[in-house]
Design a protein around this ligand. Structure first.
Ligand SMILES: C[S@@+](CC[C@H](N)C(=O)[O-])C[C@H]1O[C@@H](n2cnc3c(N)ncnc32)[C@H](O)[C@@H]1O
Length: 323
Protein backbone atom coordinates (compact mmCIF):
# COMPACT_ATOMS: atom_id res chain seq x y z
CA UNK A 1 0.00 0.00 0.00
CA UNK A 2 1.42 3.45 -0.85
CA UNK A 3 1.42 6.35 1.65
CA UNK A 4 -1.71 7.96 0.18
CA UNK A 5 -3.71 4.73 0.27
CA UNK A 6 -2.43 4.17 3.82
CA UNK A 7 -3.70 7.60 4.90
CA UNK A 8 -7.08 6.97 3.31
CA UNK A 9 -7.38 3.60 5.05
CA UNK A 10 -6.41 5.21 8.36
CA UNK A 11 -8.99 7.95 7.89
CA UNK A 12 -11.75 5.49 7.04
CA UNK A 13 -10.74 3.34 10.01
CA UNK A 14 -11.11 6.41 12.25
CA UNK A 15 -14.58 6.92 10.71
CA UNK A 16 -15.52 3.37 11.79
CA UNK A 17 -14.32 4.10 15.35
CA UNK A 18 -16.23 7.41 15.43
CA UNK A 19 -19.39 5.65 14.24
CA UNK A 20 -19.07 2.99 16.96
CA UNK A 21 -18.53 5.73 19.56
CA UNK A 22 -21.31 8.10 18.44
CA UNK A 23 -23.99 5.62 17.39
CA UNK A 24 -23.27 2.69 19.68
CA UNK A 25 -21.85 4.48 22.74
CA UNK A 26 -18.62 2.52 22.89
CA UNK A 27 -15.35 4.38 22.64
CA UNK A 28 -12.48 2.35 21.20
CA UNK A 29 -10.50 5.46 20.29
CA UNK A 30 -8.32 4.99 23.41
CA UNK A 31 -7.29 1.45 22.42
CA UNK A 32 -3.89 0.72 20.87
CA UNK A 33 -4.39 1.43 17.17
CA UNK A 34 -2.28 -1.28 15.56
CA UNK A 35 -3.84 -4.24 17.37
CA UNK A 36 -7.32 -2.73 17.20
CA UNK A 37 -7.01 -2.31 13.42
CA UNK A 38 -5.72 -5.88 13.11
CA UNK A 39 -8.76 -7.21 14.93
CA UNK A 40 -11.24 -5.12 12.91
CA UNK A 41 -9.58 -6.35 9.69
CA UNK A 42 -9.79 -9.90 10.99
CA UNK A 43 -13.55 -9.52 11.47
CA UNK A 44 -13.85 -7.87 8.03
CA UNK A 45 -12.06 -10.84 6.43
CA UNK A 46 -14.43 -13.28 8.13
CA UNK A 47 -17.45 -11.28 6.97
CA UNK A 48 -16.06 -10.81 3.44
CA UNK A 49 -15.22 -7.07 3.36
CA UNK A 50 -12.03 -5.54 2.06
CA UNK A 51 -12.42 -1.80 2.72
CA UNK A 52 -13.38 0.11 5.88
CA UNK A 53 -15.92 2.18 3.85
CA UNK A 54 -17.87 -0.92 2.80
CA UNK A 55 -17.67 -2.27 6.30
CA UNK A 56 -18.97 0.97 7.81
CA UNK A 57 -22.03 0.81 5.52
CA UNK A 58 -22.75 -2.69 6.79
CA UNK A 59 -22.24 -1.75 10.44
CA UNK A 60 -24.76 1.05 10.01
CA UNK A 61 -27.35 -1.38 8.64
CA UNK A 62 -26.75 -4.46 10.77
CA UNK A 63 -26.83 -4.64 14.58
CA UNK A 64 -25.74 -8.31 14.35
CA UNK A 65 -22.54 -7.33 12.61
CA UNK A 66 -21.83 -4.85 15.38
CA UNK A 67 -22.06 -7.56 18.00
CA UNK A 68 -19.80 -9.88 15.95
CA UNK A 69 -17.25 -7.06 15.72
CA UNK A 70 -17.53 -6.34 19.45
CA UNK A 71 -16.85 -10.01 20.19
CA UNK A 72 -13.75 -9.97 17.98
CA UNK A 73 -12.36 -6.79 19.52
CA UNK A 74 -13.00 -7.62 23.17
CA UNK A 75 -10.86 -10.63 23.72
CA UNK A 76 -12.56 -12.60 26.50
CA UNK A 77 -9.79 -15.16 26.97
CA UNK A 78 -9.51 -16.02 30.65
CA UNK A 79 -9.13 -18.95 33.03
CA UNK A 80 -9.33 -19.97 36.66
CA UNK A 81 -6.04 -19.29 38.49
CA UNK A 82 -4.55 -17.72 35.35
CA UNK A 83 -0.75 -17.53 35.93
CA UNK A 84 -0.75 -19.96 38.89
CA UNK A 85 2.47 -18.71 40.63
CA UNK A 86 1.03 -15.18 40.83
CA UNK A 87 -2.18 -16.54 42.40
CA UNK A 88 -0.08 -18.64 44.83
CA UNK A 89 1.53 -15.40 45.96
CA UNK A 90 -1.86 -13.70 46.34
CA UNK A 91 -3.11 -16.69 48.37
CA UNK A 92 0.02 -17.03 50.56
CA UNK A 93 1.03 -13.40 51.06
CA UNK A 94 -1.44 -10.79 49.90
CA UNK A 95 -4.69 -12.20 51.28
CA UNK A 96 -3.31 -13.23 54.72
CA UNK A 97 -1.75 -9.76 55.14
CA UNK A 98 -4.91 -8.04 53.99
CA UNK A 99 -7.01 -10.03 56.49
CA UNK A 100 -4.50 -9.53 59.32
CA UNK A 101 -4.65 -5.77 58.74
CA UNK A 102 -8.41 -5.73 59.23
CA UNK A 103 -10.54 -6.17 62.32
CA UNK A 104 -12.22 -9.60 62.67
CA UNK A 105 -15.63 -8.38 61.50
CA UNK A 106 -14.50 -5.73 59.04
CA UNK A 107 -15.91 -5.95 55.49
CA UNK A 108 -13.54 -6.86 52.66
CA UNK A 109 -14.16 -5.35 49.22
CA UNK A 110 -12.64 -6.89 46.11
CA UNK A 111 -13.00 -5.78 42.47
CA UNK A 112 -12.32 -7.93 39.42
CA UNK A 113 -12.26 -5.29 36.65
CA UNK A 114 -12.45 -6.78 33.14
CA UNK A 115 -13.71 -10.09 34.55
CA UNK A 116 -14.77 -11.64 31.18
CA UNK A 117 -16.74 -14.86 31.86
CA UNK A 118 -16.14 -14.81 35.61
CA UNK A 119 -13.31 -17.28 36.21
CA UNK A 120 -11.16 -14.59 37.88
CA UNK A 121 -13.97 -13.54 40.25
CA UNK A 122 -14.65 -17.14 41.32
CA UNK A 123 -10.91 -17.74 41.74
CA UNK A 124 -10.93 -14.83 44.21
CA UNK A 125 -14.00 -16.26 45.95
CA UNK A 126 -12.25 -19.62 46.45
CA UNK A 127 -9.06 -18.00 47.76
CA UNK A 128 -10.91 -15.83 50.30
CA UNK A 129 -13.26 -18.64 51.37
CA UNK A 130 -10.25 -20.90 51.95
CA UNK A 131 -8.47 -18.20 53.95
CA UNK A 132 -11.43 -17.16 56.12
CA UNK A 133 -13.79 -20.12 56.17
CA UNK A 134 -17.04 -20.15 54.25
CA UNK A 135 -19.21 -18.49 56.95
CA UNK A 136 -16.85 -15.58 57.47
CA UNK A 137 -16.48 -15.23 53.70
CA UNK A 138 -20.25 -14.96 53.24
CA UNK A 139 -20.56 -12.46 56.06
CA UNK A 140 -17.68 -10.16 55.17
CA UNK A 141 -16.60 -10.36 51.53
CA UNK A 142 -18.07 -8.62 48.49
CA UNK A 143 -16.49 -9.31 45.12
CA UNK A 144 -17.55 -6.81 42.46
CA UNK A 145 -16.89 -8.21 39.00
CA UNK A 146 -17.29 -5.93 36.00
CA UNK A 147 -16.78 -5.90 32.25
CA UNK A 148 -18.05 -3.95 29.24
CA UNK A 149 -19.16 -7.10 27.50
CA UNK A 150 -22.74 -8.04 28.45
CA UNK A 151 -22.51 -11.48 26.82
CA UNK A 152 -19.44 -12.33 28.89
CA UNK A 153 -21.20 -11.03 32.01
CA UNK A 154 -24.19 -13.29 31.35
CA UNK A 155 -21.87 -16.28 31.15
CA UNK A 156 -20.21 -15.16 34.36
CA UNK A 157 -23.55 -14.88 36.19
CA UNK A 158 -24.54 -18.38 35.05
CA UNK A 159 -21.30 -19.65 36.70
CA UNK A 160 -21.47 -22.89 34.69
CA UNK A 161 -18.23 -24.17 33.17
CA UNK A 162 -17.27 -27.18 31.09
CA UNK A 163 -14.67 -29.76 32.12
CA UNK A 164 -11.92 -28.06 30.10
CA UNK A 165 -12.51 -24.70 31.79
CA UNK A 166 -12.20 -26.13 35.30
CA UNK A 167 -8.98 -28.05 34.57
CA UNK A 168 -6.85 -25.42 36.37
CA UNK A 169 -8.96 -25.73 39.54
CA UNK A 170 -7.25 -28.07 42.05
CA UNK A 171 -9.37 -31.23 42.61
CA UNK A 172 -9.99 -30.43 46.28
CA UNK A 173 -11.32 -26.96 45.47
CA UNK A 174 -13.36 -28.31 42.57
CA UNK A 175 -15.22 -30.71 44.85
CA UNK A 176 -15.68 -28.08 47.58
CA UNK A 177 -16.84 -25.16 45.45
CA UNK A 178 -18.55 -26.61 42.37
CA UNK A 179 -21.63 -28.75 41.88
CA UNK A 180 -21.64 -31.16 38.98
CA UNK A 181 -24.78 -30.57 36.88
CA UNK A 182 -25.32 -32.41 33.59
CA UNK A 183 -21.61 -32.78 32.88
CA UNK A 184 -20.88 -29.13 33.74
CA UNK A 185 -19.43 -27.54 36.87
CA UNK A 186 -21.51 -24.85 38.55
CA UNK A 187 -20.00 -22.59 41.20
CA UNK A 188 -21.77 -22.94 44.58
CA UNK A 189 -24.90 -20.82 44.70
CA UNK A 190 -24.60 -19.86 48.38
CA UNK A 191 -21.18 -18.33 47.72
CA UNK A 192 -22.20 -16.74 44.44
CA UNK A 193 -24.22 -14.19 46.42
CA UNK A 194 -20.96 -12.59 47.45
CA UNK A 195 -20.03 -12.03 43.79
CA UNK A 196 -21.80 -9.09 42.16
CA UNK A 197 -21.53 -8.75 38.39
CA UNK A 198 -22.19 -5.51 36.54
CA UNK A 199 -21.32 -3.59 33.42
CA UNK A 200 -18.57 -1.03 33.90
CA UNK A 201 -16.53 0.61 31.17
CA UNK A 202 -13.13 1.28 32.72
CA UNK A 203 -12.50 4.05 30.20
CA UNK A 204 -15.53 6.15 31.06
CA UNK A 205 -17.56 4.90 34.04
CA UNK A 206 -17.10 5.81 37.68
CA UNK A 207 -15.13 3.19 39.59
CA UNK A 208 -16.23 1.06 42.54
CA UNK A 209 -14.99 2.67 45.77
CA UNK A 210 -13.06 1.62 48.93
CA UNK A 211 -11.63 -1.49 47.28
CA UNK A 212 -9.17 -3.56 49.33
CA UNK A 213 -7.95 -5.79 46.48
CA UNK A 214 -8.36 -4.66 42.88
CA UNK A 215 -7.64 -7.28 40.24
CA UNK A 216 -7.39 -5.78 36.77
CA UNK A 217 -5.55 -8.27 34.61
CA UNK A 218 -4.95 -8.46 30.86
CA UNK A 219 -7.28 -5.54 30.15
CA UNK A 220 -5.21 -2.36 30.47
CA UNK A 221 -2.71 -3.71 27.96
CA UNK A 222 -5.17 -3.08 25.11
CA UNK A 223 -5.31 0.65 25.89
CA UNK A 224 -2.93 3.35 24.68
CA UNK A 225 -0.65 5.13 27.18
CA UNK A 226 -2.95 8.16 27.66
CA UNK A 227 -6.01 6.03 28.26
CA UNK A 228 -4.08 3.77 30.62
CA UNK A 229 -3.13 6.87 32.59
CA UNK A 230 -6.77 7.94 32.88
CA UNK A 231 -7.91 4.45 33.88
CA UNK A 232 -5.07 4.08 36.39
CA UNK A 233 -6.21 7.36 37.97
CA UNK A 234 -9.64 5.79 38.48
CA UNK A 235 -8.15 2.57 39.85
CA UNK A 236 -6.05 4.59 42.29
CA UNK A 237 -9.18 6.44 43.40
CA UNK A 238 -11.06 3.12 43.74
CA UNK A 239 -8.55 1.65 46.18
CA UNK A 240 -8.94 1.96 49.94
CA UNK A 241 -5.92 3.50 51.71
CA UNK A 242 -4.30 0.10 52.22
CA UNK A 243 -5.51 -1.23 48.87
CA UNK A 244 -3.59 -3.59 46.60
CA UNK A 245 -3.65 -3.66 42.78
CA UNK A 246 -2.97 -6.94 40.93
CA UNK A 247 -2.21 -6.62 37.20
CA UNK A 248 -1.65 -9.16 34.43
CA UNK A 249 1.62 -10.91 33.67
CA UNK A 250 2.23 -8.75 30.56
CA UNK A 251 1.41 -5.46 32.30
CA UNK A 252 3.78 -3.21 34.18
CA UNK A 253 3.49 0.21 35.80
CA UNK A 254 6.53 2.15 34.69
CA UNK A 255 5.70 5.77 35.18
CA UNK A 256 3.18 5.77 38.00
CA UNK A 257 5.44 5.70 41.07
CA UNK A 258 3.45 8.67 42.37
CA UNK A 259 0.35 6.46 42.57
CA UNK A 260 1.47 2.85 42.98
CA UNK A 261 4.46 1.20 44.58
CA UNK A 262 5.40 -2.46 44.02
CA UNK A 263 4.77 -5.18 46.58
CA UNK A 264 5.96 -7.79 44.13
CA UNK A 265 7.12 -6.70 40.69
CA UNK A 266 7.42 -10.23 39.31
CA UNK A 267 3.74 -10.88 39.89
CA UNK A 268 2.64 -7.31 39.06
CA UNK A 269 1.26 -6.55 42.51
CA UNK A 270 1.24 -2.95 43.72
CA UNK A 271 0.23 -0.95 46.75
CA UNK A 272 -1.68 2.31 46.55
CA UNK A 273 0.56 5.27 47.35
CA UNK A 274 -1.22 7.56 49.76
CA UNK A 275 -1.14 11.28 49.32
CA UNK A 276 1.08 13.25 51.72
CA UNK A 277 -0.50 13.93 55.06
CA UNK A 278 -3.07 11.15 54.77
CA UNK A 279 -3.57 9.05 57.90
CA UNK A 280 -4.95 5.57 58.32
CA UNK A 281 -6.18 4.69 61.79
CA UNK A 282 -4.14 7.58 63.15
CA UNK A 283 -0.84 6.33 61.68
CA UNK A 284 0.91 8.45 59.02
CA UNK A 285 0.17 6.96 55.61
CA UNK A 286 3.63 6.29 54.13
CA UNK A 287 4.58 4.14 57.13
CA UNK A 288 1.20 2.51 57.59
CA UNK A 289 1.08 1.17 54.06
CA UNK A 290 4.12 -1.09 54.61
CA UNK A 291 3.37 -2.12 58.18
CA UNK A 292 1.56 -5.20 59.30
CA UNK A 293 0.25 -6.16 62.70
CA UNK A 294 1.85 -8.71 64.98
CA UNK A 295 1.01 -9.62 68.57
CA UNK A 296 3.69 -7.16 69.71
CA UNK A 297 2.58 -4.28 67.49
CA UNK A 298 3.33 -3.17 63.96
CA UNK A 299 6.20 -4.50 61.88
CA UNK A 300 7.29 -4.05 58.29
CA UNK A 301 5.23 -6.12 55.89
CA UNK A 302 6.95 -9.18 54.44
CA UNK A 303 5.66 -8.24 51.03
CA UNK A 304 7.53 -5.03 50.42
CA UNK A 305 9.95 -4.98 47.48
CA UNK A 306 13.71 -4.76 47.87
CA UNK A 307 16.51 -3.36 45.73
CA UNK A 308 16.48 -0.29 43.50
CA UNK A 309 13.25 0.96 41.98
CA UNK A 310 13.53 0.22 38.25
CA UNK A 311 10.10 1.71 37.55
CA UNK A 312 11.46 5.13 38.52
CA UNK A 313 14.26 5.05 35.97
CA UNK A 314 12.19 4.53 32.88
CA UNK A 315 10.36 7.07 30.79
CA UNK A 316 8.65 4.39 28.69
CA UNK A 317 4.87 4.30 28.15
CA UNK A 318 2.62 3.53 31.09
CA UNK A 319 2.62 -0.22 30.60
CA UNK A 320 4.82 -2.45 28.60
CA UNK A 321 4.89 -6.17 27.89
CA UNK A 322 7.09 -8.18 30.22
CA UNK A 323 10.16 -9.83 28.84
C1 LIG B 1 -8.39 -10.79 28.05
S1 LIG B 1 -9.81 -10.54 29.05
C2 LIG B 1 -9.10 -10.68 30.66
C3 LIG B 1 -9.99 -11.42 31.63
C4 LIG B 1 -9.39 -11.63 33.02
N1 LIG B 1 -9.18 -10.37 33.68
C5 LIG B 1 -8.11 -12.41 32.94
O1 LIG B 1 -7.03 -11.85 33.11
O2 LIG B 1 -8.17 -13.62 32.70
C6 LIG B 1 -10.05 -8.78 28.86
C7 LIG B 1 -11.44 -8.35 29.29
O3 LIG B 1 -11.46 -6.92 29.37
C8 LIG B 1 -12.71 -6.48 28.92
N2 LIG B 1 -12.60 -5.06 28.54
C9 LIG B 1 -12.05 -4.52 27.42
N3 LIG B 1 -12.18 -3.19 27.43
C10 LIG B 1 -12.81 -2.88 28.61
C11 LIG B 1 -13.24 -1.66 29.20
N4 LIG B 1 -13.05 -0.49 28.60
N5 LIG B 1 -13.86 -1.71 30.40
C12 LIG B 1 -14.07 -2.89 31.03
N6 LIG B 1 -13.69 -4.07 30.52
C13 LIG B 1 -13.07 -4.07 29.32
C14 LIG B 1 -13.05 -7.40 27.76
O4 LIG B 1 -14.43 -7.42 27.47
C15 LIG B 1 -12.52 -8.74 28.28
O5 LIG B 1 -13.53 -9.47 28.93
Amino acid sequence: MNARADNEANESFEAVLRYIRDARGFDFTGYKRASLMRRVRHRMDQAGFSTFEEYLDTLQASPDEFSALFNTILINVTSFFRDPPAWDYVRDEVVPTLLAERRPNEAVRVWSAGCASGEEAYTLAMIFAEAMGVDDFRARVKIYATDVDEEALNEARAASYDAKAVEPVPAELLSRYFESVGGRYVFRKDLRRAVIFGRNDLVKDAPISRVDLLVCRNTLMYLNADTQRTVLGRLHFALAPRGVLFLGHAEMLLSHADRFTPLNLKYRIFHKVLTAGAQVDGIPAPCRSTLRPTRRGWRRSGISHSGPAPWRRSSSPAMTPSR
